[in-house]
Design a protein around this ligand. Sequence first.
Ligand code: ADQ
Length: 457
Amino acid sequence: MSRLVIVSNRVPVPDKGGIAPAGGLAVALKAALEERGGIWMGWSGKSSGEHEPQPLARLQQGNITYALTDLTDTDVEEYYHGFANRVLWPICHYRLDLAEYGRKEMAGYFRVNRFFAHRLAPLIEPDDLIWVHDYHLIPLAAELRQMGLKNRIGFFLHIPWPPADVLFTMPVHEQIMRGLSHYDVVGFQTDHDLENFAGCLRREGIGDELGEGRYSSHGRTFKGGAYAISIETAAFAEFAQRAASNSMVKKARLSIEGRSLIIGVDRLDYSKGITQRIDAFERFILANPAQQGRVTYLQITPKSRSEVPEYEAMQRTVAEQAGRVNGALSAVDWVPIRYINRSVGRHILAGLYRLGKVGLVTPLRDGMNLVAKEYVAAQNPDDPGVLVLSRFAGAARELKGSLLVNPYDIEGTANAMARALSMPLEERKERWQMMMDHLLEHDVSRWCRDFLKDLAP
Ligand code: ADQ
């Protein structure tokens, strides 16, 4: 079996005790690395100021080598905050209005990818399979090929791929498309993303669909596929069951006694539809006065990317909005929205999902959305909650037992909340079982296996 080399912007490095950070992706990829032996390379998350970064820092754990590089301040600014998070992220989430193009940032993105390639290439052996993750590193394969590497190289995009009309507003779309052609497998979350990608090839006349998932462009042929990422379903379900006895979760349960809990968990990001969701909750309460004092909406939203101005502004907007709704609707003995602006431990999160009668996952656009899958896995089979899910999340293509909503339709989302809260037990069980059966079969290990099967020679 070939060795595996994973490259991602950030690397979930285990701590000194050898414990890897929690999260299905880290666990699944680490398991694949353990099985084959290999390397996980990426950015250390640290800056070297304006000095040339030191050689790769290496950490050996069993048969896995973690290889980390620092970046300069300019690199971080241009490649990470600049092009990756202020151009590719908004464009791939259909937000043309938020993309900010700067020649410096675009150049920085390609430069840092070349730098990654130069640091990675000396570690590669001829039979290694290389698996590159996400939008930060699209040009990496082209750079490696330029250096003469003939290895099989795969790419997986964790976020959506937009239609041609959206992508082509980006000045460097041509280089980005060409960059993808240097991979042997290009993986997306859903068929819909793959269709968008094929549409981009057709529109510019730069590529062809050859059938059976094969594509050609820029003089190369490669496989394009949809590989829906998932969670460690069985383990998460068990985890959530055990979390019920966690003292913090017990406290939360006591604090909502006699009330139904609606739960939302998202990074603070404009793609997650948090402001629309709060509007919908307000609408739901106003339209259902009998629910006043009887429901609590808990929104857990850690800050993210605060260096990017749109995120900083959003932090203020959401806090103000939650405050305004609470000011307008609260009673002396009831606060409708509990807004937590930080991360919580995974076991607490799992226990809180299980307490939620309704899981609200309403992104405006999302590659997959693992919160939706975690919410389902965490439910009590005897009394499961209802998932209200945006039709624009990749997960909507699989989780057919959810109540699908259009998050831009505030009234429709409010109605779905009402329907979820009044859904009879039998219907809840039936819907949940359908989703859970699917998730048990399609867990993150399967995602990893499916991709590597296509990447293998
Ligand atoms: P994200 O945009 O980060 O991921 P998501 O898939 O929902 O979105 O994953 C978030 C993860 O962070 C979940 O595992 C969740 O439990 C955790 N998390 C969120 N809020 C938390 C909190 N307050 N405290 C602790 N943990 C929290 C990107 C894409 C997604 C895609 C994933 C994986 O945007 O569409 O599903 O990658 O491919």
